[in-house]
Design a protein around this ligand. Structure first.
Ligand code: SF4
Length: 215
């Protein structure tokens, strides 16, 4: 819910979160797919996104990677429908709580898919101490227009995800991108790109620290 960790949680918020968890468990149908891609193929596909000529984290990370896979995953249409229904019924707090819960869950699904990919690489993986992180269009210099080429290559319709003309995924609570496998150093870069200044989350720092901790 984007609250600072040291902020006390009110009883009402706790109740909203508990109810969102119960609804999520009932409605979510998480499913994902990934498919190996070579660095050359991926960089061709990446070049299709708007603004891809500039310097971005993936321009540094991909050449160091041992293996790559395109991925897409979704929580299913039921969660989306329930969020919309709650807002339509005027119950914004519970709609917002379920939306926040589902957004966090979608990120976890991408991480779980990364873990599946790491296990699939197994002993034949490209490096000892293999770490897999998902990178997605819409973040860190990979323009959301990059979804179009990604979807042309992966075609995740088999798990029920489609892409609109404006590059929005349906169901909304879906994630896609590339799983990058490599050593912790593969995922290390200095977050000093043109687009980093207004970034409030600095999420890359948390991700880089997490792969180093696992090492
Ligand atoms: S600072 Fe923000 S925009 Fe820049 S690489 Fe890190 S997460 Fe991405």
């Amino acid at each position: 819910m984007q609250m600072p960790e040291d902020t006390p949680v009110s009883a009402r918020l706790e109740a909203l979160e508990g109810a969102a968890a119960t609804a999520f468990e009932k409605l979510a149908r998480p499913v994902g797919v990934f498919e190996a891609v070579s660095a050359e193929e991926f960089l061709r596909l990446y070049a299709d996104a708007r603004g891809s000529a500039g310097d971005t984290p993936l321009h540094h990370v991909v050449p160091r990677a041992g293996a790559l896979a395109l991925f897409a995953a979704t929580l299913g249409a039921g969660v989306d429908a329930e969020i919309r229904q709650r807002f339509r019924a005027g119950d914004a707090p519970s709609g917002w709580a379920l939306d926040a819960f589902a957004s966090a869950a979608a990120e976890r699904v991408a991480d779980r898919l990364g873990e599946c990919y790491r296990l699939a690489l197994g002993d034949t993986g490209p490096a000892p101490g293999l770490r897999v992180l998902p990178y997605s269009p819409g973040y860190c210099g990979w323009d959301v227009s990059g979804q179009a080429a990604l979807f042309r290559a992966l075609v995740p319709i088999e798990i029920g995800i489609t892409l609109s003309a404006r590059c929005l995924m349906q169901p909304i609570k879906s994630v896609s991108g590339v799983l990058v496998a490599g050593s912790p150093d593969t995922h290390t870069f200095r977050p000093t790109f043109d687009f980093c200044e207004p970034c409030l989350t600095k999420d890359c720092c948390r991700r880089m620290a997490s792969v180093r901790r696992q090492g």
